[in-house]
Ligand binder design. Structure first.
Ligand code: MN
Length: 730
């Protein structure tokens, strides 16, 4: 090693010695050498050798009291991204733990923190914590950011502001949540320094002036406290420190809460640190005897710790000089936690070497921090409260550009695509996760880099089953919207079919007109302007048929009840001849009758036969009694062209159907019930068994026209056991 490198390593060794505790020096030295060698020749913006960056990050990590693995990972944190060193190499040379941490830090480095999305900062914070399976990844990332902020003067102005903003919005709040006050305050101060340099230097100046003014005062008070404590509790171990509020803290009170510098009571505070909690309360009592407490300024964070585990007693008192000042009282352990937060976990551990089984408890602490935060709703927080269950509620994945997409757990790549933009979703034809093609139902996991493959091919759109695969409402809504827009004809068809199938299943049968009315009513009730729109909505999944069926059935039974048809009766019907019903060419107001042989119905093709003395007899054109070729008829002149008039007043024309089916119990009853439900009147029913064990039922009924009869036949054919239904001529 060159002299400079050796000297720097000696610095590390010295720091490790002052920390006390057992370190794996061999591992750290090897990492240091690897770092120096790997970054050889690379320079930072400040023109200093690049390895000085990981070296300084490692120093911060050591100062936080982290373990050997973290220190090694800090030294190696930029190697995988920026040098020839691979993760496999680190795994082989430094072990799995170090490799996992380096991998985590590398992944976090790929995220685009500067996105201008409004919610991005909050997402990022959540993601960072969620992604770091090992909380040491976050601690190294914070140390990395801290060193970059300390040396930010070397980068261009616009970049300084960009980095400062994301530090303030993303990294400082994380440091705060993890309770690492040291890093949090320095990050905030450095950010403010570059975001609002004028205010920063103004506060700096004010602090300098006031410090001079207050120096004597504070020293007096400190002296007074010290002698009082020695007098009353001489055996208790006490340390008294003066503390100055951070510039960012003052900045917030001045510019966010709009207070005057002199109105901020806790710019200077005295901190009394002792051994036990009992001592803390004891000392508090003594302080309130010594000075007059300001009402409403006492806070007991010992019995009610802050969400990040901060514990202390805070009280503001007024001395003889009438200047209010804050006193903070806490134990040494609380003090340590306040300074180092989650990092204190490592420091308090015997021997400092950590094992993997402790990771779970550390993570559960982070989880607790986040949960408490949401419950307590600490109003002093800048950031709005959030609740993240790291295991269940949220996953975070990244686009190839580094934008973070936050999705509920269980979401698929379809949800991911629609979360980016609906235009991406509808054009999606596949997805790559971490560079590999995955099926469309791939469930997104935190930390995955997902690339959505799209096509601009005309007519391409989401698959119909996507609605069922997608998890988020956003995706489902957008997929449905697409189908609604793009596939109207198909939607109407498939919606109609789906509804009809459901009607069949529920035996909802109505004559055509009644059915049309029923459907129109139904569509209106569902707030559709037409039955077609209603069908379309069913088709694209906007309306669930199964969901609306209970109400439909209710409506249906109401109709059936209200329009109860006359009880079933067999009757012979007088056929009335209405002059408006049939028009016979060349004859005005002629007397006519419908022939019994074929019983024509409105809609049938008909023909007239001029009888002797009985007017015109109307037959179906295909009646057996009508010659196929009229020119061969014996009296061709008597056959006249006839067609149906516009004014058919007769509502019932008699028709006869022959039903062939199984000979089973209730067969006849099923047929008559169906006709009853369709409000069809019966004139005659005749059932007889056939030789081969089936049965033939001949039904004479009233039908309005050919369409109506067809509908009756269709319904009949659906009755269980029916083989065929034919219209017969008598
Ligand atoms: Mn770095």
């Amino acid at each position: 090693m060159e002299a400079a490198y050796r000297e720097n390593f000696e610095q590390l060794e010295q720091m490790l010695n002052t920390q006390g505790g057992k370190y794996n020096l061999e591992l750290i030295k090897k990492a240091y050498e690897c770092c120096v060698a790997a970054h050889k020749g690379q320079l930072r913006s400040s023109k200093e050798e690049f390895y000085m960056h990981p070296f300084n990050v490692a120093k911060i990590v050591i100062s936080l009291g982290m373990d050997s693995q973290s220190i090694a990972a800090a030294l190696l944190h930029d190697t995988v991204e920026d040098t020839e060193i691979t993760l496999e190499y680190i795994n082989k040379e430094f072990g799995e733990e170090v490799a996992l941490i380096v991998d985590g830090v590398t992944k976090l480095g790929k995220i685009n923190y500067s996105s201008k999305e409004q919610l991005q900062a909050e997402n990022l914070r959540k993601m960072l914590i969620a992604m770091a399976k090992d909380i040491r990844v976050i601690i190294i990332k914070l140390a990395d950011r801290l060193h970059n902020m300390r040396t930010i003067d070397a980068v261009p102005d616009y970049k300084q502001r960009e980095k400062s903003l994301e530090t303030l919005e993303v990294f400082a709040p994380i440091a705060h949540r993890l309770g690492i006050r040291q890093i949090k305050e320095e990050l905030e101060d450095l950010s403010i320094k570059h975001l609002d340099p004028v205010a920063y230097s103004e506060i700096e100046e004010l602090l300098k002036i006031k410090k001079g003014e207050r120096q004597q005062l504070l020293e007096n008070i400190q002296e007074k406290i010290s002698s009082r404590l020695k007098e009353v509790i001489p055996d208790v171990n006490v340390s008294i420190q003066a503390r100055i509020k951070s510039i960012h803290g003052i900045y917030r009170k001045m510019y966010v809460q709009n207070r005057d510098f002199d109105e901020i009571y806790d710019i200077y505070a005295l901190r009394i640190i002792t051994d036990t909690v009992a001592d803390c309360y004891n000392i508090l009592g003594l302080m309130h005897e010594l000075f007059r407490p300001l009402p409403g300024r006492f806070k007991d964070y010992i019995s009610m710790p802050k969400p990040n585990r901060y514990q202390s007693l805070h009280t503001t008192v007024i001395g003889r000089e009438a200047v209010p000042f804050e006193i903070q009282i806490r134990t040494f352990e609380m003090h340590h936690t306040a300074e180092y937060g989650i990092a204190a976990h490592w420091k308090y551990k015997e021997g400092i070497e950590t094992r993997n089984e402790t990771m779970e408890s550390q993570l559960s602490w982070v989880r607790q921090i986040l949960e408490n935060q949401a419950e307590n709703g600490d109003s002093s927080e800048i950031i709005s409260t959030i609740k993240v269950d790291l295991n269940q509620e949220d996953v975070f994945a990244v686009t190839p550009k580094g934008d973070v997409i936050n999705l509920p757990a269980g979401s698929t790549v379809i949800d991911f695509a629609f979360a980016i933009h609906s235009a991406v979703g509808v054009k999606m034809m596949g997805a790559k996760v971490n560079g590999r093609i995955v099926p469309i139902n791939h469930v997104v996991k935190t930390g995955e880099v997902i690339e959505i493959l799209t096509t601009n091919q005309a007519g391409h759109g989401p698959g119909r089953d996507w609605v069922n695969i997608a998890v988020t409402n956003q995706a489902k809504t957008k997929i449905r919207a697409w189908f609604k827009r793009e596939r109207r004809t198909e939607n109407i068809e498939s919606g109609k079919a789906a509804l009809e199938a459901e009607f069949r299943r529920n035996s909802i049968v109505l004559p055509d007109d009644a059915m049309r009315e029923f459907l129109e009513d139904l569509a209106a009730k569902q707030r559709f302007s037409s039955v077609e729109d209603f069908y379309a909505a069913i088709g694209y999944g906007g309306v669930s048929v199964t969901k609306i069926m209970p109400r439909v059935k209710d409506d249906y039974s109401k109709i059936i009840k209200s329009s109860k048809p006359e009880p079933l009766q067999i009757k012979t019907v007088e056929r009335r001849n209405n002059s408006g019903s049939v028009v016979v060419d060349g004859l005005h107001d002629c007397l006519f009758k419908f022939s019994k042989c074929c019983a024509p119905l409105p809609g049938d093709e008909i023909i007239g036969f001029i009888t002797r003395g009985h007017g015109v007899s109307i037959h179906k054109r295909d009646c057996n009694n009508v010659p196929v070729d009229l020119s061969t008829a014996s009296e061709p002149g008597r056959w006249v062209t006839a067609h149906w008039g516009k004014n058919i007043q007769t509502t019932s024309f008699v028709s006869t159907l022959r039903v062939l089916g199984v000979d089973r119990d209730g067969f006849l009853a099923d047929i008559t019930t169906m006709l009853y439900n369709m409000h069809v009147s019966l004139h005659a029913v005749n059932a007889r068994p056939t030789k081969d064990g089936n049965s033939i039922i001949v039904v004479t009924l009233s039908a309005e026209n050919v369409e109506h009869l067809k509908s009756i036949i269709t319904h009949m054919e659906k009755i269980h056991g029916v083989f065929s239904v034919d219209r017969i001529n008598q």
